[in-house]
Design a protein around this ligand. Structure first.
Ligand code: GDG
Length: 485
């Protein structure tokens, strides 16, 4: 289950419609398991008031959930994107709290839970994805106690001092605890969650295990093995909360990068940029969490200081359009585009543009060509669950060339230690890291890139889903064997 289905319904001007695959790592990772296990994907089709019936797509049964235009505004753009998103990203932007947004979040989560309950086989495994659906695990367990339920949070889980702002903090924690396994990107996120559980509910947590008291036998009806007796003599259900860092389909990125046409396109891109000695690249959804403004500030100061010149260094910034109906995102776009315009006005020449700025989604092939063309990849997120762009850059660089500058506030920093790690708030430090990346000797680039690639290739997205589903199977079988003992 995820907010969006792996296919989008697209309605043409003449009223006809079709389903288009929205390619993503999650679909790639889950497709083999889903089709082998007769799986169903429950989610929203991406348009308002759509009442499509369930259908089969590539051996997966697609189960659309209807959202009204009002629910898109309140549950999705409101509570998900303007309350939870900024709150969970350490309040980089101020979260907005509205009771009617929350009410809509509750009723939409219930609709998702009902949809899953009606299609899941007896004892089936249901894997719920992301922050839009945090209440689903509890709601689903109430209707279907026989199910094995997993939840994965793709974004950070904040420290208690921040999380506790949420007026509905207890309901959210209780919602998540309906799952058997709750996965997070970083060890720190899982720790923050366990701390919130202790502070708000007073439950016992030990390592990654949380003991959730059973207050009603119906919670374990149909699956009595879930109940065990705690050391204090209470009947409890155990929940695992720990890190499962997500990854990408690394092999498919490398395969594209090895394509002669894409390599030719990478050379062409450098040529079109005026053949500068150094190409720098940023690729992000246009989001305030990504630190695009901090990156531009550091780059602008390097130009102003005369440390780099547009004749020998060029920055390409892909800022793909995102959440364009949310006010904070409209303001961000204005700010970024003002900065880009100023820097280009101040530093570009007729033959060399300081920043090539693209507010357009790019085809995947073009993204890979850009990764190949870039000597320095700038990932300067102020807070990011993981950041897949960092991993995609690494997967693409089979030539062991290129330097990744990576924010320590992106989850990827826990794994990609051979990158040049930066604190993007420290503009001086960021400028130094960029200069270090530009001047890095070839042997050091190669040593670092080999180490990064080893990690990304070994821990790919298939391994991520296998680890999560494995933990889910272990958790439920451990409970049944401890009960037997
Ligand atoms: C959330 C969390 C976590 C971007 N622009 C284009 C394009 N993209 C693709 C990238 C990458 C994906 O979108 C973005 O993933 P990120 O991980 O960088 O960031 P979020 O969208 O914020 O994702 C994040 C992730 O969930 C997974 O758990 O890592 O922390 O915030 O794959 O390549 N792809 C194409 N054209 C574009 O213009 N084709």
């Amino acid at each position: 289950m995820s907010n969006r289905l792996p296919v989008d319904k697209v309605v043409e001007a003449d009223g006809s419609s079709e389903w288009r695959v929205s390619p993503g790592g999650l679909v790639t990772a889950l497709e083999p398991i889903m089709s082998a296990s007769d799986g169903a994907w429950v989610g929203w089709a991406g348009i308002a008031d759509d009442h499509s019936e369930p259908f089969e797509h590539d051996n997966i049964s697609i189960v659309p959930v209807t959202l009204s235009a009002e629910e898109i505004e309140l549950y999705y753009e409101g509570f998900s994107n303007d309350t939870l998103w900024p709150l969970y990203h350490d309040v980089i932007a101020p979260p907005t709290y509205h009771r009617d947004w929350w009410e809509s979040y509750v009723s939409v989560n219930q609709r998702f839970a009902d949809a899953a309950a009606s299609v899941a086989a007896s004892g089936a495994t249901v894997w719920v994805q992301d922050y839009q659906l945090q209440l689903v695990p509890k709601m689903l367990r109430e209707i279907r106690p026989d199910l094995v339920i997993g939840f994965f949070n793709h974004i950070p889980f904040p420290a208690y001092g921040i999380f506790s702002q949420l007026p509905w903090r207890t309901q959210v924690i209780e919602g998540l605890l309906g799952a058997d396994v709750i996965g997070f990107q970083r060890v720190a996120d899982a720790g923050n969650f366990s701390r919130a559980v202790r502070r708000l509910l007073g439950y016992t947590t030990k390592g990654s295990t949380i003991e959730v008291p059973i207050t009603d036998v119906s919670e374990v009806q149909g699956a009595p093995h879930r109940a065990k007796t705690s050391r204090r003599g209470h009947q409890v259900r155990t929940v695992t909360a720990r890190a499962f860092p997500i990854s990408i389909d690394a092999a498919s990125f490398e395969e594209l990068a090895r394509t002669p046409a894409i390599q030719a396109r990478a050379r062409e891109l450098r040529h079109e940029l005026g053949d500068p000695a150094v190409v720098m690249l940023g690729v992000d959804r246009l989001d305030y969490t990504k630190g695009i403004g901090h990156r531009l500030k550091a780059y602008g100061e390097l130009l102003a200081d005369g440390k780099i010149s547009v004749a020998d260094a060029s920055l390409v910034q892909v800022a793909s359009p995102s959440r364009e109906r949310v006010q904070t995102y409209m303001t961000l776009r204005d700010e970024i585009e003002l900065t880009v315009g100023r820097l280009n006005g101040d530093f570009s020449t007729i033959s060399h543009t300081a920043i090539s700025y693209l507010h357009q989604g790019q085809p995947r092939e073009e993204m890979v060509a850009l990764y190949l063309a870039a000597d320095v990849m700038l990932v300067t997120a102020l807070r990011d669950g993981m950041n897949l762009v960092a991993k995609e850059y690494v997967a693409t660089r089979f030539d062991n060339d290129g330097v990744l500058v990576l924010s320590e506030f992106a989850g990827a920093a826990d794994e990609l230690k051979a990158a040049l790690l930066v604190n993007p708030h420290d503009i001086g430090g960021l400028k130094e890291a960029i200069m270090k990346a530009i001047g890095m000797p070839k042997h050091e680039k190669s040593r670092r890139m080999r180490s990064l690639r080893k990690r990304v290739i070994e821990y790919d997205v298939a391994r991520w889903s296998k680890n999560f589903l494995g933990a889910l199977a272990d958790q439920t079988s451990a409970q049944s064997s401890s009960d037997a003992a």
